[in-house]
Design a protein around this ligand. Structure first.
Ligand SMILES: Cc1cc2nc3c(=O)[nH]c(=O)nc-3n(C[C@H](O)[C@H](O)[C@H](O)COP(=O)(O)O)c2cc1C
Length: 240
């Protein structure tokens, strides 16, 4: 197995707390940004800006931003959940419900009420001590040529995401995507705090760091290549 594929297999979402007192070395940060630099992007538009936050006081202020539970998120998240490791292994897609509050994974629940009644949540609950957060920003006024909904632009942002994530992995740095940073409820506050121009959008953020706790491992499942690869005609299986 080539090293690059092993690195891809080992990359994982680190959802546990990070050591706030163990910073990311500047040389490592530079390598992560260098990886973003070489990401493929539609029309080589390089449609991303990366805002690095490592000032402790600023991180604390970011952490104070409220991120209320969204009914839509809870409902659509529910559709992707498995309720046991066996179910997840059988399905090979989605995630284990145990990661979420009990009320978010109760069949038949009124998710509007669940969202309303969920206690307040703050970005610090997701950041969990990260010494460095990378916020990835783009300009929605510029789309990849003729790309409806700028789907090619979004794919390009994903390429930058993966390049940075693999670079972090290769340096032994833990990373987690925080989509909530681009969520409508927090984006306005973040943009004001971080002096992000009004016309720009937050795509996502990474939290980087070194794990301080065991017990945040989880079952990782994937479809087999035979499940998604087709041979010459859609639906005709490839003996991979
Ligand atoms: C576009 C995108 C958004 C994601 N958003 C989040 C997120 O907000 N929080 C999170 O914990 N993981 C997030 N993830 C990570 C996925 O949940 C994760 O990659 C998937 O469950 C597979 O697990 P693994 O990363 O450990 O292989 C995101 C991944 C992608 C590609």
């Amino acid at each position: 197995m080539p090293d690059i594929v092993l690195l891809m297999q080992e990359r994982r979402s680190q959802r546990g707390p990070f050591d706030a007192e163990r910073p990311i070395a500047t040389s490592d940060l530079k390598q992560i940004l260098e990886a973003a630099r070489w990401a493929p992007t539609a029309h080589n538009m390089q449609n991303f800006e990366v805002l690095v936050i490592d000032d402790k006081e600023l991180l604390a202020r970011v952490g104070q931003i409220e991120s209320p539970a969204s009914e839509v998120f809870i409902r659509e998240n529910f559709e992707q959940l498995s309720f046991s490791e066996d179910e997840l292994r059988r399905k090979k897609v989605g995630i284990l419900g145990a990661q979420f509050p009990e009320s978010w994974r109760t069949p038949g629940a009124d998710f509007r009420a669940v969202a309303r009644e969920s206690g307040p949540s703050y970005l610090r609950d997701t950041m969990k001590g990260s010494p460095t957060v990378l916020v990835v920003i783009y300009d929605p006024r510029k789309r990849a040529p003729a790309s409806e909904g700028d789907v090619l632009g979004f794919m390009s942002l994903g390429c930058a995401m993966q390049n940075m994530w693999l670079a972090a992995q290769s340096l032994g740095i833990g990373a987690q995507i925080m989509s909530v940073f681009g969520g409508e409820h927090v984006e306005k506050d973040l943009k004001a705090l971080l002096a992000i121009p009004a016309h720009m959008k937050i795509a996502f953020a990474f939290r980087l760091g070194y794990s301080t706790a065991e017990g945040y491992g989880y079952v990782r499942v994937r479809r087999d290549a035979q499940d998604f690869a087709h041979h010459n005609r859609f639906g005709s299986r490839l003996d991979a």
